[in-house]
Design a protein around this ligand. Structure first.
Ligand code: NAP
Ligand code: HSE
Length: 433
């Protein structure tokens, strides 16, 4: 396969939800005056596993199951990686970048695990490595952190960075859809990863928060530095109880740079209804960036889906083609060497639900333990009677270790049944935005 003279050939690794949207965009905008016209773009070859499966709008002759046909094609100028996974993807991208071929990727797991190494390879060969689509699909948050906020000292990044879980939680709250039904719908709509475990378990959001906090705090935060919890263990009764207390539940990414170091976490948290993140529904994502110089900036938009993601991929392709060597703020992530905070020292407000036997003095005992560990209670709600009572506490901001110590002691009380449920709380007007 040789490129038409004057055409720029774009090779693809993967042609699923995102890949097909990219191909449709590239084919559909030929000659209609969009910026791509500065460079006549030619699609192919395209690596897939199953070349026989029909893909609407994609010329089957371009499909191959041989990676060398994409990676070693001398006429391919940019490789778009939309196949996902860490291996063999890492080997493929290393090979392309070593040859000096620029890469545009939507792969957050790969970037969160091997970004620095790939940047080093790109730097050595002079190739570009772009990854806007890896975080929050259509929202241009990478570019904002890498370029627009370079002069600002970003101190906090708080986000809803997974479209699938936000869609599931919104549908459960809005129309009372069951968890499984809402997840199946998110898969049908192309929001979920090939294996949705990463979405609902929090690993997808953790990878995105590792990337965002690396850029925001000029540090090397890898996915293993981000403790994460997903929404798969959430109980419907906690969603209902949160609503009664004036909160909505969201899967949150919370990153802070403070005196003790950096902390980055992902967890399902209660968000006060008046908070700006509470209104973000469906597959939308939002990232709230804080800096003493800029104040709060919030970016909102579609965080998942083929076309939303393809818009970021195509913009990266065009940006690579329009970048003259060295003119773009190039590649390697600067590393300020700031330490990570020990997870137990990180603070937040807490929601705690206990199943208790309703005997005189239970609440006083719980309150005394909580106070003894240096935490204070903001709200208490008790419902039910006898052995089936439910005690819900919302605690003011405290450290993880204080909350764990209090819960360990509360769990040992004769009146407490089963494991306490703990969720973190955002937007109570303390410490966090
Ligand atoms: P997808 O629908 O599962 O498509 C994956 C594509 O890659 C398929 O064409 C598949 O081939 C091909 N592929 C996978 N492993 C391969 C291998 N080992 N060798 C050759 N081909 C392989 O996934 P997607 O939703 O488009 O997502 C692609 C990437 O974009 C992922 O990194 C994802 O995290 C990221 N992303 C997705 C979204 C979204 O909303 N979907 C948003 C942002 C970022 P077959 O077609 O033959 O199976
Ligand atoms: N599966 C991801 C999500 C796609 O639901 O947010 C975007 O990265």
């Amino acid at each position: 396969m040789t490129a038409d003279s004057g055409a720029v050939r774009i090779g693809l690794l993967g042609c699923g939800t995102v890949g097909q949207s990219v191909v449709r965009w590239l084919e559909g905008h030929e000659g209609d005056g969009k910026p791509a016209d500065n460079h006549r773009l030619e699609v192919g070859p395209i690596l897939v596993r199953d070349t026989a499966r029909p893909r609407p709008g994609v010329d089957p002759a371009l499909l191959t199951d041989d990676p060398a046909r994409v990676l070693d094609d001398p006429d391919v100028s940019v490789i778009v990686e939309v196949m996902g996974g860490v291996q063999p993807t890492l080997d493929y991208l290393r090979r392309a970048l070593q040859r000096g071929v620029s890469v545009v990727t939507a792969n957050k797991q790969l970037m969160a695990r091997h970004g620095p190494e790939l940047f080093d390879v790109a730097q050595a060969s002079g190739a570009e490595l772009r990854f806007e689509a890896s975080v929050c699909a259509a929202i241009p948050v990478i570019k904002v952190l890498r370029e627009s906020l370079l002069a600002a000292e970003v101190t906090a990044v708080t986000g809803i960075v997974n479209g699938t879980t936000n869609f599931i939680l919104t549908e459960m709250a809005r129309v009372g859809l069951g968890y499984e039904e809402a997840l199946a719908r998110a898969q049908e709509l192309g929001y979920a990863e090939a294996d949705p475990t990463d979405d609902v378990g929090g690993a997808d959001a953790a990878a995105k928060m590792a990337i965002l906090s690396s850029l925001a705090f000029h540090s090397r935060v890898g996915i293993d530095d981000v403790p994460y919890e997903g929404i798969d263990d959430l109980q419907p009764e906690d969603l209902a109880q949160a609503a009664d207390l004036g909160f909505v539940v969201k899967l949150l990414g919370v990153a802070r740079s403070q005196a003790g170091g950096i902390s980055v976490r992902v967890y399902p948290g209660l968000v006060s209804r008046g908070h700006r993140l509470a209104a973000i529904g469906g597959p939308d994502n939002a990232v709230l960036l804080e800096s003493p110089t800029t104040g709060e900036l919030m970016l909102v938009g579609p965080g998942a889906g083929g076309d939303a993601t393809a818009s970021a991929v195509v913009a990266d392709i065009l940006s690579v083609l329009g970048t003259h060597q060295g003119s773009f703020l190039h590649n390697a992530l600067a590393d300020s060497g700031r330490p990570l905070m020990p997870p137990d020292e990180v603070t937040s407000a807490f929601y705690v639900r206990l199943s208790v036997a309703d005997r005189p003095g239970v609440l006083a005992k719980v309150a005394s333990i909580v106070a003894d560990e240096g935490l204070s209670i903001r709200t208490v709600v008790q419902s039910g009677t006898g052995d089936e009572a439910r005690l819900v506490l919302v605690l003011h901001e405290g450290r993880e270790r204080q909350m764990k110590a209090a819960l360990a002691r509360v769990s040992e009380m004769d009146e407490v049944r089963g494991e306490p449920v703990v969720l973190r709380v955002l937007g109570t007007g303390e410490g966090e935005p």
